[in-house]
Structure formats: C-alpha cells, structure tokens
Design a protein around this ligand. Sequence first.
Ligand code: PEP
Ligand code: MG
Length: 828
Amino acid sequence: MIGIVAVSHSARLGEAALELALQMVQGGGVRVQVAAGAGTEPDGTPILGTDAVAVAAAIDDLAADCDGVLVLMDLGSAVLSAELALELRMSDVPVRLAPAPFVEGLLAAVVSAAAGGTLDAVGAEAAAALGAKTGQLGAEPAAADVDPVSHDGTEAHSRRVLVRNPLGIHARPAALIAEASAGAEVRLRRLPDGPEASAASLSRLLVLGARQGDEIELSAHGADADAALDRLAALFDDGFGEGTAAVEVPVGAVVEGSVADAADDVPAASAPIPSGAVLRGRGVSPGRAVAPVRHLAPALPEPDPTEVIPTAERAAEASAIEWASVAVADQLRSRTVQATGETRAILDASRLLASDPELVSEATALVRSKGRSAARAVWETAGAHERGLTALGGRMAERAADIRDVRDRIIAEILQVDLPGLPESDEPFVLVATDLAPADTAALEGGACVALVTEQGGPTSHTAIIARSLGLPAVVGAIGASGIDDAAMLLVDGDRGTVEVDPPESRIAEARADAVVVPFDGVGELADGHRVPLLANVGGAADAETAAAAGAEGVGLFRTEFCFLDRVDAPTVDEQVAAYRGVLAAFAGRKVVVRTLDAGSDKPLPFANSDAEDNPALGVRGLRIARRSPQLLDDQLRALALAAAAESAQVEVMAPMVATVEEAGDFAARAHAAGIDRVGIMIETPSAALLAAELFEIVDFVSLGTNDLAQYTLAADRLLSELGDLNDPWQPAVLRLIGMVGEAGRAARKPVGVCGEAGGDPALAPVLVGLGVTTVSMTSRSLGRVAAALRTASMEECVAAARAACGAATAHEARDAASAVLLDGHPA
Ligand code: PEP
Ligand code: MG
C-alpha cells in the first residue's frame, strides 16, 4: 500500500482537502497523514507555515505499514520543508515528492492508492491531476497527460456500455470505476473516436469527458477481467447510483412509474380529504396502527430567482455555500455517530451528498457567473440533480428525497433559518408527508410516531426501508394524503396499503386490539398435540433478534436480498458471511431456512438486475439470475456454507422462483458442491406446484411462497392494490395447488413449509396444515395469534376444513366453508 503525506501551510486547508479526497474512496483502504500549519499562538490562533520535523514524523509513521510514501505540498516553503524532511526522517521507505497541484493531486493520489496503485502509478496520477481542468477550460493537456498503455499480453475482454447518469463521468463515478476495476487492468475508450484512459486513473477518466449518452468501450486483461467488466457494467447501468434519466426518449414513449408521472394525477396538495375516505397506496411495512395525523412541516420557500448579486460581492456570497455545506456535513456527521445500522448508512449518504464537490462547485459557479444568491444557486443546482433522478422514475426517483433534504439543509444554513422537520409530539401520531427525507425518517427512532404515510416513494425508498427496520407500519404512494385534515384520526394498514381517515369507533377498537401482540410460548401445536413448528420471516440480524425474542422456533424464511437492497456492487463473500452470521447467531442450535437472493421484480438489486425488463415479474428474477451470473449464486452459497460452519444454527438453503425440475437439480448440485447439506426450493410458480412429486426426488424440503404463487396463478401483479382480491391465498385455485404440494410432501415424507403472508393469517393456518403443510413461517408479531388458532383445531378438523375450502368455487366461499368447519364444527 502507498501512503500519502499532505503538506500544507494551513491545518484547515490540509484537513479540508483530505476530507474531500477521502469522500472519493469513502474513507477506505488508504493511509494519509496531514502535516500542516506551524502550531498555534498562545491564544489558540493557528500559525500558517510548514514544519519539516512534522513532515518527517508523518513519513515515518506511514513507513511502518506502507511500501512507499508520496508527499504532496501546497506552495513555496512547503516544498523546502518536504525536501528537508527527507534528510530528517528515520525510516528508509521509498519516498517521492510529487510536483502536483495540492487539492486535485491529493484526490487523484488517494483514489489511485486506494485502488492498489504502485508509488510510480500514484505519483503519475497526482502529477496528471490538472488534466481534467485543463481540458475543460480549453487548454491543451500537457504531454505527460498522454495515458500509457500496458497490459500483461493476455487476450482482451471487452464490453460496450452507455453513460446513463445525467452528469457523466465526474469525480465520484471516476472513483467508483477505479475501485470496481481493482484486480484487473481495465481501459475505457469513449466511442467512436474519443480518448482512452486507464480505469485506475481518476485524472485520466475525467479527461475522457464522457457525458450522458456517450458510449464507452471497456476492455480488460487479467484473471479478474470478466468479473471487473461485470462490476463496471453494473455501475454504468445503474448510473453510478445517480440516476439514469432516459438518454433519448423516443416520441410517444412513456416513462413508467416516475414520481413526475404520478404527480400529474395527484389532486392538488390542498384538496381536502373527507372523513370516512380510504386512501390506497402501497403497504411497505406491515402492521396496523391508529393515531391522530401530524403533517411534516412544509419545505422552505423557493429563493427569489430575480435577485442578482453585485459582482464585487459574489466571491463572499459563493463562499457562504462552501461554509454551509461543511456545516451541514458536520451536523449530519454528529448524528451519524449516534445512529446505528440502516439509519447510520442513510445519514452517511446524506452527509456525502452535502459536501459533494460537484454540487458545491456547480452552485458556486452559478453565483460567480450569473450573480445568483447563494440560496438560489443551491436550489437550482439541486433541482437539476433531482430532475435527473425523477425523470426516469422507479428506484432512482426514490432518491430524489435525499437531494431535496440536503438542499434544504444547506439553504437553511445559508439563510440561518430553522429547518423544516418532524413535528414535535409526546403523543402517538401518524406522520404524513409528500415524501420523507432520509434524515427525517432516521430521526423517528424512539419517537412518538406510530406509522408513516407518504404520497410518493416505493418499496425500496428509504421511508420503506427504515419503517421496516423500526417496525412502523407504512404506506407509500397514498396520493392525496397531504390534504388530510390536521384534526383527523388515521388507521394505517401496512399489509393492505390503506389509510382510513376518521374510521368508525369499531374499526379503531379492532385495530387497537390487533396492535396488541399476542404472546407466543414458543411451541406450535394443534389441539390434539400434533406439532406444527412456527417459524419467523426475517430480513436481517435485527429482525432475527426480534423473532427470537418473540419465541419463534426457528427461521422459515431469511430474505437475504434485504441485506443488500442499496448495494450497487455485489457484496463480497466476507461481507455476506458477516450479514448471514448475524441472523444465524440469533438462532443458535435451531433451524434457519435461508433463501438465496430473490432479486428482481419488486425487489431489484442493482448489481443483479442490470437490464430494464418489460415484465420484471416474469423476467430474470430469483434463481433465474444464475443463468447470467452463476458466480453470484456460487459466491452466495459459499458464503452461506462458511457462515453455517461458523455458527451453530441448523442451516437449510432454498432457491426462489423455481419453475422446472432442471432448475432445481442445478441448484441442488451447486448447493451441495458448496458444502450445504439440506437443500430446498420455494414453490412459487404453478409449474413447481404441479411438478412437486418430481421436485421432491431432488430436494430435501419445499416452502410455499404463497405471495408469488397467488400472483402467478391468478396472473395478477401482486403490487397492484386494485387487484388485491385476486392476490388472495384463499382463491380455490391457489388452495388446490397447495394441496397438491402437501400431498406430494406426504408421499415423499418430506417437509412442506409456508412462508408467504398466508402463513400469518390465523384463519388460514389450520387449513394450510390440513392441506399437508408441516411448518408455518410468518412475521414475528403474528406468531401468538397463529399459535392460538392452531390450538383450537385437531388434525382431523384441519383436514376437514381444508377439504371444504378446496371444494369451494370462490375465495369468499372458501373462507366461509373453512370457518364453518373450524368454528361451528360442521361443513357450511
Ligand atoms: C412469497 O412469494 O410468498 C415469498 C415468501 O417470497 P417474497 O414475498 O419475498 O417474494
Ligand atoms: Mg416470492
């Protein structure tokens, strides 16, 4: 590893340049020492200057664990001090003084060092760091800016990608490219005849001048070439996490699902919503809660677009943006320190955005060139970034709230006004907002908010992710919610995606009773003592701990994709092992059924689902991703085997979205080869249900994913609340398919689990058991109610109820027929 010493006359300059540089690599994998300033006056005022002894000490400090040290200097005597330090130092590690610009050089050197560059490479990177700026301002690049080509003589692998993000390859994407290409020698060429650059070189990547819509040819050599190209292609496809606004939208094309589209249909924000109304959105975090509404305070007013700052005052006005962004980043940093898990990661991302050099430099440029006020410049710059994200909708549009949040924070800091934020209340309330900023959602932890309702957002928005991690019922996409009267009482149902305004007393009482979690004693059994283990569905370690505390007998479904929803690049095997061990540790000695990544459709993972599909629910999702990326599956199986070896839980592994016997066979072979003993599959397609007998010849167990089984049997998108009546596990067609699987399980003497939402329905659980289901898995809070329902029925009654339900012609009749047997003791 190459260490870097930054020598500056000013401690503040040194620290600020370092902060900027470390953001390029998110602080990881690089050692940098700042030797700056010449001490302080007795009153604490910093003395500007440089100190050769401090520079020598910084070099010696790095020498212990670095193979070489690059020294960057700001001006004049900094160079003299660095030269003198070479005489004074004690260590003999190779040291190079870089004839490089201080800030740009430090950025380029840090990125190159983090990507594993040699001292030569890191030095060359720093020296060429002015290339991007020179090129951008129209000057000829220096001769040294010509990027040398070198490779190991092996055959090149190549790929073409499109620059999709609105801002093209600027510093942050360049740093991501350098990081993702580590381990292979990758070059990029702007097509058809643009310049070429090494992926390891931040400065040369910037000189490419690649803008949105440009096509880039990637070519790679080395053992890791294909994997590096996969990682890079995924980054480009995802727009480097910055959005992939349609480069060219053909005439007549419709950008589906964008916030902008939705907004066109939204009634005016102030349109009053009457008592008794039921708003429908998408339930993204389960549970029901009832409480008075509190609206999120409105955003800051738009700064005056006509104000023009006199030329003489523009420099001072522009510096207000820089100071404000540093102050906001500091505030968010201090909140990050107190936060944990998901919340911490989200605050961290906002902090990076607040001090994003692109955002700050574009805004200050607007002040300098056009005389915009500082607040207006930030508003306009953030607006451009936000439009880029919202234009294409979907997952990227959900990130627009992050930009608005940071914009408002910076403007509030510039104007020294209070930031609009969460309502303060000690009484329970339902928070209603157009959309929630990540930092606000993060601040909900431990507060009086009992549920969330937003007009925008989707299942992977931060609102959804944090609501799930805090256990708050949440409905997003509830159009018109901001028109709900301030005095209204709301009943939020996160399972059904409904928001009832001023519901009748009887509904409130029902919801309150429902919100009371019925305790579970840890043993699932029928009235006749027949055991039906009750397991939990979890998405990560926090869920697993909650489930264990709730008495779950094991985990029936660990949705591993939930651990990596926000990842642009595939998690490493080590990262996966750490995530999986967190869940296994909570169930020491007990069964944990882990599902391999079910990416795609409603849960897209950028690193696994790179292409947009017309019918994602019918596309390359779940196990089908292994057709394209077998390594992704093999790595996950290896990580699971390692995690299982390190913990004492009884690990079983199953694949999602299996349709054929060949798919099951291939999966079982891979899982066994990775060292996994018990292998199963989910039954989520009618095909798998019909082939259950053949599938049991291959696998040790199956688990019915009734959410998808209903979706595919009824051909009804499970995300459309309008088709909720079709996505109902009580539909006789679904029940009959479950019965076929149960029958095949009985014949094969192998377990049949249920892990879809149907498992948490106390009325349906006895019917499922009667159909041949042997274990039932659900969210932890449903365990007590399901256990109580099962204890009221014997196996004989369960079988009778199942027979009655299956014989019905409609979902409604199936419910009635089952309850007639179970509650009244005779068929309807
Ligand atoms: C299901 O489809 O029922 C299931 C459990 O999987 P998911 O809801 O994660 O698709
Ligand atoms: Mg499913």
